[in-house]
Every structure is written in structure tokens, then in C-alpha cells.
Design a protein around this ligand. Structure first.
Ligand code: NAD
Length: 408
């Protein structure tokens, strides 16, 4: 195997199957999988000899089948990690810490650790759990998953329903990391032609652009006035968006843009222009799929990519539904999404009335305390990835220390 690029996928879900499978078809890549959840490794490894299929739905309506086979699927980090060049963490954010802890003892110098997607606070958590080793690694954070994808049959068939055209990724490079191959180009090679990877200026810009801003304001707008009576059907999430929900989302996004502008003023030489309003982001990323581009509410209501997607609901008796506040739209997108963004805004000295209102309601539903008034001093801050949890108490702390914030 010497001379091959060794790529490790951490996880066993939809995206993990896609990444491990796409990397495996490259003749000069050795693709391994580490999945530590339940019995996933045993189940996947049992079927490994026959490989698996990626069914790709192309934009022109044609379907392509890719037969693929990773070289190893294991739950043992001691077998999976040594000798690896790129580690892709492809699980929901609540499971990141488990993988950082598992890989830490075995990771080589000059390894690239990729959050696919990273979600807010990926780098803070990685640096915290890898300790000194992080200084000899580089962290890459993707703003989202490259594909809309879902498993058809575990370990046997995964379906790619669509590729994003472009996708942003930031780099945070340890000052003692000596990599010879260009990181963005190599990451692009591993993913394949699509999406086109765009190098975002820095890890704070990508954190402020994480798509976890979308769900909590919509949940708050929809359910904060709910009378508690079960509904007879699941309401549409995006197509049912009303003016209040759009205003809340737009307000949160304005606060992220204001935070980026404040940081740019306070940190000389830092370019934060990648942080744009969520409406502009939709127009850039879903241009072909949106029929009414007149405002944020209409753009989201008429985005074909969102056809038929409903609110997370629990069926409490046949045909009776109540909202599920434990779903990842809240359980992940608040502590590993809007709370770290609020933490960055706080360090930048930006007031965030929209974020505060949304977090205050969400933390009540999650039975947590992150915010007290408008300050992140709640007793459950330890359960988030806010910078304050890791001891970053001044804006400069985010941009100084053992890491290059804007490597090429
Ligand atoms: P997924 O729902 O398929 O992830 C499930 C996997 O996560 C499991 O198979 C397991 O390996 C791991 N896992 C689940 N619970 C765990 C636990 N308690 N402990 C440890 N590991 C656990 O995720 P996905 O669809 O591959 O998405 C990955 C990320 O990308 C998520 O954050 C998701 O929000 C985001 N995303 C997904 C899509 C998509 O089309 N699937 C699109 C955009 C963004």
C-alpha cells in the first residue's frame, strides 16, 4: 500500500458511506472506515467482500451505479488510524468528541482532520481533545455535506440524490504541521469533481456561515405560540414558512454578518467577506431550484430542494402529532450551532437580540441553561461548543496561539 494516500472515514451513516465509497474508487487511495457506534462495524465488515453500490442520480435524470469497496471497516482505532493521511469525520456534531478522543492516541504528525460537515465549534473541540498533537495537524471544516444522500441498505447501497455545485471549506493549520501536498486540492481529489471546493478565508468565517442557523429560529417562530394541542398532520417546514419565522431567521443572520464586520474592524488584515446573509446564500447555492427570489420567505417556500420536508414530529397516538424538540434541529443546532455563534458575537462585542430570544426559548425546550439574560454564563455551557467553554475569553484568543488562521 505504500505510496497511496490513506483516507479514513469516521462514521457509518449516509454521508460516511458516500465518502468511503467515493474515495475507494480512486486507485491511488486506500480507504478505511472507523465506525464505533453500536454494531455498525461488525455489520458493515460482514458484507465487505462483496463491496457496496453508490447509486448516483444525475441532474439530467440519468442514474449511475458505482461499485466500490473500502479496504477496512473496523471499530478499533488502533487498527484504523496509524498511517492515515486524511481523517474525515462524517457524523452529526454530537458524536465528534467521541471520534476525537478515539483517534488522539494514534494520530501521526501532519494529519489532516476534516469535519464533513464541521458544524460550529469543530476546531475548538478538536484542539481541546487532541491537545499538543493538534499543533502538528491541520483542521479542515466544510460548511455542509457535499451530497443529499441516504442509505438504502446499510453496508450495501447508498443513494446520492444530488451534489452541491460548490462548497466552502476553511483551514486551520497547526504551526508545527509540515504538509507538502496542497490541502484543498487533495481534499477535492478525494471527493471527486463535484462539488467544487471553495477555500473560505478562515475558520471563524465558516463558523458564522454554518447552516445550523436555519432550524432553531424556524422552530421558535412556529412553536413558541403553540397551544399544546396535537395536530392531525405534520406541518411543512420550509414551504410553510411565515413572515415571523423568516424575520427571525433573517435577524439571526444579520447578527452573524454584523459579528463578521466587527471582527474585521478589530483584527487587522483579516478578511471576513465570506460571511454573507442567508438570503444571499440561498440565491447563490440554490439559484436553479428557487422559483420566487423576491425575498427570503418566498425563496425558502419555493425552493424545490425542500419539497415536502416537514417539521420533526412525534406521533403520540394514530394520526395525532406533537413537535419533537429532541430532534437534531434543536438538540444539535443549538449547542453546536447558534450557541457558538453567540459566543463569537459576545467576544466581538456585538449585541444579538434575535439570537438571544431564539436561544432563550430553545434552551427551555432542551431543559438546559446556556444564556443568562444576554450572557453565555449558564451552568450548561459545558455541553456546547461555545469558545468560552474552552477558555477563549477575548477576541484575540481566536486568532493567536499555535495555529495559522489563514493558511494558503
Ligand atoms: P446520519 O444521520 O446518517 O448519521 C448517523 C450515523 O452517525 C450513524 O450511522 C452512526 O455512525 C453515527 N451515530 C449516530 N448516533 C451516534 C451516537 N450516539 N454515538 C456515536 N455515533 C453515532 O448522518 P448523515 O446523514 O451522514 O449526516 C452527517 C451530517 O451531515 C449531519 O450533521 C447532517 O445534519 C449533515 N447533513 C446531512 C445531509 C444528508 O443528505 N444526509 C445533508 C446536509 C447535511
Amino acid at each position: 500500500m505504500s505510496g497511496k494516500l490513506v483516507v479514513l472515514t469516521c462514521g457509518g451513516g449516509n454521508g460516511a458511506h458516500c465518502l468511503a465509497g467515493l474515495a475507494s474508487v480512486r486507485p491511488d487511495i486506500e480507504s478505511r472506515v472507523l465506525t464505533m457506534y453500536a454494531d455498525e462495524a461488525e455489520r458493515w465488515a460482514a458484507n465487505l467482500d462483496s463491496g457496496f453500490i453508490i447509486t448516483v442520480h444525475n441532474d439530467d435524470g440519468s442514474i449511475k451505479s458505482i461499485k466500490t469497496k473500502p479496504s477496512l471497516v473496523t471499530k478499533d482505532p488502533k487498527k484504523a488510524v496509524p498511517g492515515v493521511d486524511y481523517i474525515f469525520i462524517v457524523v452529526p456534531a454530537f458524536a465528534h468528541a467521541m471520534y476525537f478522543e478515539a483517534i488522539a492516541p494514534y494520530i501521526d504528525d501532519n494529519t489532516v482532520i476534516v469535519g464533513l460537515p464541521g458544524q460550529a465549534g469543530f476546531e475548538f473541540e478538536c484542539v481541546n481533545l487532541l491537545g499538543d498533537k493538534a499543533k502538528r495537524c491541520t483542521m479542515v471544516t466544510f460548511e455542509s455535506l457535499p451530497w443529499a444522500c441516504r442509505l438504502i441498505e446499510f453496508g450495501k447501497n447508498v443513494e446520492i440524490l444530488g451534489f452541491k455545485d460548490t462548497l466552502g471549506a476553511s483551514l486551520l493549520k497547526g504551526k508545527e504541521c509540515n504538509l507538502t501536498k496542497p490541502i484543498i486540492e487533495t481534499t477535492q481529489y478525494i471527493l471527486g469533481e463535484k462539488p467544487k471546493v471553495r477555500h473560505v478565508q478562515n475558520y471563524i468565517a465558516i463558523t458564522l456561515m454554518a447552516k445550523s442557523i436555519v432550524h432553531p429560529p424556524i422552530m421558535y417562530g412556529k412553536w413558541s405560540q403553540w397551544d399544546g394541542k396535537p395536530l392531525s398532520e405534520k406541518p411543512l417546514f420550509y414551504q410553510g414558512l411565515d413572515e415571523r419565522q423568516a424575520e427571525l431567521l433573517s435577524g439571526v443572520s444579520d447578527e452573524c454578518v454584523a459579528t463578521a464586520k466587527a471582527i474585521e474592524k478589530k483584527v487587522p488584515g483579516l478578511d471576513m467577506s465570506d460571511v454573507i446573509h442567508v438570503f444571499d446564500w440561498y440565491l447563490n447555492y440554490y439559484s436553479d431550484q428557487i422559483t420566487d427570489k423576491s425575498n427570503l420567505m418566498m425563496a425558502m417556500r419555493t425552493n424545490k430542494a425542500y419539497d415536502g420536508l416537514v417539521h420533526p414530529m412525534k406521533e403520540i397516538e394514530p394520526g395525532k402529532y406533537v413537535p419533537d424538540f429532541t430532534y437534531r434541529y434543536m438538540a444539535e443546532d443549538v449547542p453546536e450551532g447558534i450557541v457558538p455563534m453567540k459566543g463569537i458575537a459576545e467576544l466581538a462585542g456585538v449585541s444579538t437580540p434575535y439570537l438571544d430570544e431564539v436561544i432563550t426559548w430553545c434552551q427551555g425546550k432542551l431543559n438546559k441553561e446556556f444564556l443568562v439574560g444576554n450572557k453565555l454564563t449558564g451552568k450548561d455551557l459545558k455541553d456546547t461548543r461555545a469558545p468560552q467553554k474552552y477558555g477563549y475569553n477575548k477576541l484575540e484568543d481566536l486568532f493567536t496561539g499555535s495555529f495559522e488562521v489563514t493558511p494558503r
